[in-house]
Design a protein around this ligand. Structure first.
Ligand code: PLP
Length: 392
């Protein structure tokens, strides 16, 4: 292992380097293999070293890497076409991270408010939501403690309670321009919006003449068993953001909206790497694979399979059940042993397991969407042993 002292400290990392990966497996510098049910926090939707993505990267790198965002390029156009063809949206702006796509959504909503809603600018967001780590997206997030770390916050993000329509209604006033939410709160602990709430929220925003923004950075791109998570609810939002899965592991994100909302003028929005062909070529490969016949049905079937297996585990160990959609699921542990299980899973020998605990009483699973049933069985069997050994 190289000496990492020049790498800025932001979090505790184990004393290993990850050196290679294939599908659901990662390998460290000691040759130890890890079954990866985290996949870079729901990023590598096609697993590690996906051949289609590698081919797209190699072939595009040989053509042109960055002609500048001042020009169109074909992967940018092709990916925008694919995304609009498979969704209710008409226009796409590409960026590099989920936070940046959400910043774009916030700017677009405020601009629309300036033009059409007497400069209304407030965007109602939700407690325990997560929208990114820029100052504006931290302000939009409802993560406990984030209101004070870099105070003062960006104003204009009153917080409602997920699945409580009256908490939203109470916050709407003449300054309100939009409501923004994750269809499934990911970092907050894998909490899906209910169908009833989402449908009522769409109707409420229509009635009040305000925008509905869905942050699908974590829940989009097939993660929930639908190409886009809001499709689970049969609703059509005004704005959607994508990140993580859209690049399958490379830095790519997107801001999508309907024609009625697309109101940026020259100078309003941009970014050095927006729509760069190297990343959008990978995005094309990802979306083509996700929309291949039968792929999404398999994600749904494997989501059900994982759910069944987690419920069996919960029954066996007297835990609190599970929740989630598709292949974004959480096991409710009933006690605060999540961080310990995550550590013991990673250090398990000879094979490690990579899982995550967004809350101490929860484990979260975000495997590759092409994970096999055998790999799910292997993960469950490792977890079974780890829970057996955990303190009661
Ligand atoms: N929005 C949601 C729902 C997320 O889960 C995340 C990251 O976890 C983000 C936004 C931020 O994405 P990024 O880390 O790519 O900026």
């Amino acid at each position: 292992m190289h000496d990492p002292h020049s790498v800025m400290f932001i979090t505790k990392r184990p004393e290993i380097e990850m050196v290679s990966g294939k599908g659901s497996w990662l390998v460290d510098n000691n040759g130890k293999h890890y079954l990866d049910f985290m996949q870079g926090w729901a990023v590598n939707c096609l697993g590690h070293a996906n051949p289609g993505m590698i081919a797209a990267l190699e072939s595009q790198a040989r053509k042109v890497i960055n002609p500048s965002p001042a020009f169109y390029n074909s992967p940018m156009i092709e990916l925008a076409d694919l995304l609009t063809k498979h969704s209710c949206f008409d226009k796409v702006f590409f960026a590099n991270s989920g936070a940046e796509a959400n910043e774009g959504a916030i700017k677009l909503a405020r601009k629309w408010g300036k033009l059409h809603k007497n400069s209304a600018f407030e965007i109602i967001t939700f407690d325990h939501s997560f929208h990114g780590r820029t100052i504006a997206t931290m302000s939009a997030s409802g993560k406990p403690g984030w209101d004070t770390i870099y105070a003062p916050q960006v104003p204009g993000f009153p917080k409602a309670d997920l699945n409580d329509l009256s908490s939203v209604e109470k916050l709407i006033n003449e300054n309100t321009v939009a409501v923004m939410l994750e269809p499934v709160q990911g970092e907050g602990g894998v909490i899906p919006a209910t169908k009833e709430f989402m449908k009522a929220l769409r109707q409420l925003t229509i009635d009040k003449g305000i925008l509905l923004i869905v942050d699908e950075v974590q829940s989009g791109c097939g993660r929930t068993g639908k190409l886009f998570a809001h499709q689970l609810y049969d609703i059509e939002p005004d704005i959607m953001t994508l990140g993580k899965g859209i690049g399958g592991g490379v830095p790519l994100s997107a801001l999508l909206c309907t024609d009625a909302v697309a109101c940026f003028e020259p100078g309003d929005q941009g970014g050095t790497y927006n729509g760069n062909p190297l990343m959008t070529a990978v995005g094309v490969s990802v979306i083509e694979q996700l929309t291949a016949p039968g792929f999404m049905e398999e994600v749904q079937a494997k989501g059900e399979y994982l759910k069944e297996k987690l419920l069996e585990l919960s029954e066996k160990h007297l835990l609190d059940g599970e929740r989630g959609e598709g292949l974004l699921r959480a096991l409710k542990l009933g006690r605060d042993i999540g961080p310990e299980l995550v550590e013991n899973a990673r250090t398990n020998n000879p094979i490690g397991l990579l899982i995550n605990s967004p809350r101490p009483n929860l484990l979260r699973f975000m495997p590759a969407l092409n994970v096999s049933r055998d790999e799910i069985d292997q993960m469950i069997s490792m977890l079974d042993n780890l829970i057996t050994q955990a303190p009661k």
